[in-house]
Design a protein around this ligand. Structure first.
Ligand code: SAM
Length: 359
């Protein structure tokens, strides 16, 4: 795939978008569109997979030019781009070329806020096998993964779906890197000399905090396969290695260290037993007065409800998990023995529950 550079032929006509689908169609059409949500998801996935957004440069390009760049047929590519442009992903212009929009730029791999891997993750092949069984999951309240694939989700991912596991890691990295800055900006580390990130993935949140606070030490705990790929800043001769400790482990079993501040971000989304065990293990590891900050997407009381409720249903299907309501998280945290001091937004889609381990 090549990126199309601006040419004299494509620059001057740069292009009023053709008026497309109405923003707010009547209810019967809205329902038809909702029922065809899979077509939208598939179109996004196809565009991300083909690399169309990466091939389109700053100037509009024809479907033929784009098709050559991504090695596709022009006519079906035009159909794909038109379908997406109805939703503001790419814009079709009056001269029949296609231009970037704010959303289509986010499909580029090199965009600083790229959502390419998140779009791929949300539409991975296994998702198309479990969505039709949502009614079963709603009846039983349990994951449909074991029945569909003969094993649990993470076993399937790591044993049978290596490419999907890679996409998962890239998607988690994207989302962690983007939210790590917001978390580092939010948290006041006055009086804190050690931070632990429980289920901290590859350590992007921890690295952001250590970079911002040069006197603070940090510990990253996650599953062995995950910390093996920890952020290079924390590993070996990385610039933060002297202040970072990497602990492979299972936070449902034990959290074998003390810290002034524990961060638990986007992990309390699995089965209820695992959530309760993890919170109890933090309380058991921490000394009285230690801070615990739980950071989660909420399915209520948030502007990102459409996205979060969709993730919530996917969690039901794949791991039998759930995103929390404000109340359900408050209950789990309080049941573990933590005192909640404050709940506040981190950004448009995350909330932080600031807690303390009582004396
Ligand atoms: C959605 S990711 C969130 C990662 C990170 N906290 C963040 O917000 O960027 C969930 C993380 O929980 C980790 N995890 C899952 N089960 C775990 C366990 N039993 N013990 C420790 N970490 C676990 C996963 O490996 C993954 O890194």
């Amino acid at each position: 795939m090549t990126t199309l550079s601006p040419t004299p032929e494509t620059t001057p006509l740069a292009a009023a978008p053709v008026s497309s689908a109405p923003a707010s169609p009547p209810p019967a059409m809205q329902l038809r569109e909702l029922a065809f949500g899979a077509a939208r998801a598939a179109a996004l996935r196809a565009a991300a997979g083909l690399g169309v957004a990466d091939a389109l440069g700053e100037s509009p390009a024809t479907a033929e030019e784009l098709a050559r760049a991504v090695k596709a047929e022009p006519a079906p590519l035009r159909r794909l781009l038109r379908a997406l442009s109805c939703y503001g992903v790419f814009a079709e212009t009056e001269d029949g070329t296609f231009a970037h929009t704010e959303m289509s730029r986010l499909l580029r791999e090199d965009d600083p806020h790229s959502l390419r891997y998140i779009c791929l993750w949300c539409t991975e092949p296994w998702t198309w096998e479990v969505w039709p069984r949502l009614d079963d999951a709603v009846r039983s309240g349990a994951s449909v993964f074991p029945e569909t694939f003969g094993k649990g989700f993470f076993d399937y991912l790591h044993q049978d779906a290596g490419e999907s596991a890679q996409v998962f890691n890239r998607a988690m990295t994207t989302s962690s890197v983007q939210s790590a800055r917001d978390v580092a900006d939010l948290l006041d580390l006055t009086g804190v000399s050690s931070v632990a990130d429980i289920g901290g993935g590859q350590g992007h949140v921890l690295a952001s905090l250590l970079e911002k606070h040069p006197a603070v030490h940090g510990t990253l705990l996650d599953l062995p396969g995950v910390v093996a790929g920890a952020d290079a800043r924390l590993r070996d001769d990385g610039p933060l290695a002297g202040r970072a400790r990497i602990v492979p482990g299972d936070c449902r079993e034990e959290i074998p260290f003390e810290a002034d501040l524990y961060i638990i971000k986007n992990i309390l989304e699995w089965d209820d037993g695992s959530t309760r065990r993890t919170l109890r293990n933090v309380v058991a590891a921490a000394r009285p007065g230690a801070r615990v900050v739980v950071i989660e997407n909420l399915v209520d009381d948030t502007p990102s409800m459409r996205f979060t409720t969709a993730m919530d249903l996917l969690l039901l299907l794949n791991v039998g998990g759930a995103k929390h309501t404000r109340e359900s998280l408050v209950t789990r945290i309080s049941d573990a023995g933590l005192k909640i001091r404050e709940v506040r937004p981190v950004n448009a889609y995350l909330h932080a529950f600031e807690c303390v381990v009582p004396g």
